[in-house]
Design a protein around this ligand. Structure first.
Ligand code: ZN
Length: 104
């Protein structure tokens, strides 16, 4: 499931936020990102999703987090070896509703 197809406006938003941070490399990944699953934590403010399969344990070496500044909400990217693997999205009901629809 391509991010640009399931959440087109959020994909565009992410790309803009990354460009604003000056991270052209990550911005260039957005158009190819796939949503493999949504976060199953059950928090009603959580709209996070995985763009690579969830690891067994932690992400390990080569992992970094990148906090973006959307308005509204919160977005934190997990990046492993330069690839976006998880997009933590909080306090975004618009996105949560779409995710729950496509990944019940
Ligand atoms: Zn969650």
């Amino acid at each position: 499931m391509l991010l640009t197809e399931s959440l087109p406006s959020f994909a565009a938003e992410l790309e803009q936020l990354l460009k604003k941070e000056g991270d052209a490399e990550l911005a260039a990944q957005i158009s190819g990102l796939k949503i493999v699953d949504r976060c199953r934590c059950g928090d009603d403010f959580c709209a996070s999703f995985y763009t690579e399969r969830k690891p067994q344990g932690s992400y390990g070496a080569g992992h970094r987090c990148m906090e973006l500044e959307p308005d509204p909400g919160m977005v934190i990217l997990d990046v492993v070896e330069g690839r976006i693997v998880h997009v933590e999205v909080l306090y975004r009901h618009d996105i949560r509703e779409r995710l729950l629809e496509s990944l019940p």
